[in-house]
Design a protein around this ligand. Structure first.
Ligand SMILES: [Ca+2]
Length: 106
């Protein structure tokens, strides 16, 4: 399938995902493909280690505490924004395919 965790390049993609999960199960956290596991505080998209340019961090995020090295799209009523999370936690997830048609699994 060549799918990987979704990477959000700009506000349009961010809004697209928010709209999509609003119509699905909005009151959950969804893994995105960002991490600062390589270098604390330096957030990258994991597929190609590209820097994360567009961001939608929630208030006080990313907190950059060790152990919170993965990125979730977090429901923070009434909107969604980004939050650093422990990578080992269970969450739903959003994947994208190589041809950039989006899918949600889980
Ligand atoms: Ca971190």
């Amino acid at each position: 399938m060549n799918a990987h965790l979704a990477e959000v390049g700009d506000e349009n993609e961010d809004n697209f995902l928010k709209t999509l999960i609003s119509s699905y199960q909005s009151h959950k956290n969804y893994w995105l493909g960002g991490s600062d596991a390589n270098a604390e505080g330096v957030w990258q998209w994991m597929q190609n280690n590209h820097p994360i340019n567009y961001t939608n961090w929630g208030h006080g995020q990313p907190n950059n505490l060790h152990g919170k090295n993965c990125l979730v799209l977090h429901y923070n009523p009434p909107d969604f924004n980004w939050k650093a999370f422990d990578c080992m936690k269970y969450h739903n997830y959003i994947c994208e395919t190589e041809n950039s048609s989006w899918i949600i699994l889980g």
